[in-house]
Ligand binder design. Structure first.
Ligand SMILES: [Zn+2]
Length: 124
């Protein structure tokens, strides 16, 4: 089950929520002050993962790129990662975030609305 981390705008405390039912409406409340004025934050570990780590965790791309390839959300972003690795560059964290978000295809709608980075921002 995915864990989502949120920051409270009222008291600036971070709270983590285990999302048990992804299809149900999800309205997190701050565990300290009870405010529902929360924004999702991408877990900090994602920012500090090296590309090599990401690559090792998600594995080498499997199968051939074809009609069904991108139906597997795990394959989203693989080739972007490969391109950066081939160039010997660390992938910018915001692109990692985009890929991570794209792989979390079961995001409930309210969370999608909280995404602050637009997909096009990754490429400017
Ligand atoms: Zn709070």
């Amino acid at each position: 089950m995915p864990i989502y981390e949120f920051m409270c705008h009222n008291c600036e405390r971070r709270s983590s929520f285990l999302v048990r039912n992804l299809s149900a409406p999800f309205a997190p409340e701050c565990s300290l002050c009870g405010s529902d004025n929360l924004s999702r934050v991408i877990s900090s570990f994602a920012y500090h993962k090296s590309l090599q780590t990401v690559w090792e965790e998600s594995g080498e791309p499997v199968g051939r790129v074809g009609e069904n390839y991108y139906r597997d959300p795990r394959n989203i972003g693989r080739w972007t990662e490969k391109r950066f690795r081939d160039m010997g560059q660390e992938m910018p964290s915001r692109i990692q975030d985009q890929i991570q978000a794209a792989r979390e295809v079961t995001l409930p709608e309210p969370l999608k609305d909280m995404e602050s980075v637009s997909p096009s921002a990754a490429y400017d």
